[in-house]
Unconditional design. Structure first.
Length: 159
């Protein structure tokens, strides 16, 4: 999925769908996440890199001296090599809100039971964190943990 989009693509995504949170291509949603793009959804246009392989003929060179290798008649020996060149094209991606199907796997599960030594663990987290942390309800009705390091503390919902 497009979690680490290039900065320009991030801007393109935001300009076309400001509420996008998680984007991927049509086939990635279908094949890797068992989700389908809803009928009638308009793709979000981004710039995608494409590697194109071309064959080139070049003079063969000695690996140590880099001198051109000659045949018995004094002509340069040539070899055909494959060269990969990066190009860009317009591609469409879709936000998760434009899809339906199997729920996405989660990396972290919410804590719903008592955790052994929870207080000691939270104390260690609060002391060692490079950002301000607060235990409390998540602001703005969001259902995910969020952080704006510059202005606001990271809120951790109470267990």
């Amino acid at each position: 999925m497009c979690r680490k989009s290039h900065g320009n693509n991030t801007m393109l995504i935001y300009m076309q769908k400001p509420d996008a949170t998680l984007v991927a291509g049509f086939n990635k949603w279908k094949d890797q996440f068992e989700r389908h793009v809803n009928r009638g959804e308009k793709g979000i246009k981004i710039i995608a890199p494409v590697m194109v392989a071309t064959r080139q003929t070049r003079e063969k060179r000695d690996p140590q001296t880099h001198a051109v290798i000659l045949d018995q008649q004094g002509q340069a020996i040539t070899e055909e090599i494959e060269v990969k060149v990066s190009h860009f094209r317009v591609a469409s991606v879709f936000d998760i809100s434009q899809t339906d199907g199997k729920p996405l796997p989660t990396l972290v599960k919410d804590l719903h039971e008592n955790v052994e030594h929870f207080d000691a663990f939270m104390e260690a987290v609060l002391r060692s964190s490079p950002v301000q942390l607060e235990i409390g309800p998540i602001k703005n009705g969001a259902d995910h943990h969020h952080c704006q390091i510059i202005k606001n503390p990271l809120f951790i919902p109470p267990v």
